[in-house]
Write a protein that binds this ligand. Structure first.
Ligand SMILES: Nc1c(NC[C@H](O)[C@H](O)[C@H](O)CO)[nH]c(=O)[nH]c1=O
Ligand SMILES: CC(=O)[C@@H](O)COP(=O)(O)O
Length: 158
């Protein structure tokens, strides 16, 4: 369902388990930090709402989204991390660079989860412009960071 038809942050809290004894890794791209920091805030607050302790949320920052797969792998390989959330914001520019970055990042993050048999959540916005990104980072379309956190919790309790 297209995002504009559904608020990404609408979910039933009934089916979201407690994560007070779970540890999370979050990798955040610094490109478009106005957006990625809002996504990070949404993700961390949501994890804490379901019991995650602040000391059990490991946050690491990287330059851009292209670095997210490797950084996600560095966290996913840790025995003391139960799930990883990769946060980024890729915005279309004047060239085809967006296409290559977005495809590589999506594929790379997926492969990390499969390789390490551990939830590695794709919390990366891929938008046409900054307005669309802000709408999905706490605006009218919710916060994709919250969605990523809920997804991580549900996958841990698969
Ligand atoms: N244009 C965006 C980038 N570009 C940077 C790359 O992600 C990468 O850091 C660089 O190619 C060096 O490896 N990154 C984003 O996260 N968002 C963009 O819109
Ligand atoms: C996703 C990108 O790398 C892109 O924002 C860079 O912009 P441009 O295509 O104008 O170089």
């Amino acid at each position: 369902m297209a995002t504009h038809l559904k608020n990404l942050s609408e979910y039933s809290p009934v089916n979201v388990a407690d994560v007070s004894h779970k540890r999370f890794g979050i990798v955040v791209a610094e490109w478009n930090s106005e957006v990625t920091e809002a996504l990070l805030s949404g993700a961390t607050k949501t994890l804490q709402n379901y019991g995650a302790k602040t000391e059990n949320i490991v946050i690491k920052r990287v330059a851009g989204s292209f670095e997210l797969p490797l950084a996600s792998q560095w966290l996913a390989q840790r025995a003391d991390i139960d799930a990883v959330i990769a946060i980024g914001c890729i915005i279309q520019g004047e060239t085809r660079h967006f296409d290559f970055i977005a495809q590589a990042v999506a594929e790379g993050i997926m492969q990390v989860g499969l390789k390490h048999n551990k939830p590695v959540i794709f919390g990366v916005l891929t938008t046409n412009n900054l307005e669309q990104a802000l709408e999905r980072a706490g605006g009218k379309h919710g916060n994709k960071g919250e969605e990523a956190a809920i997804t991580a919790i549900k996958m841990i309790h698969f």
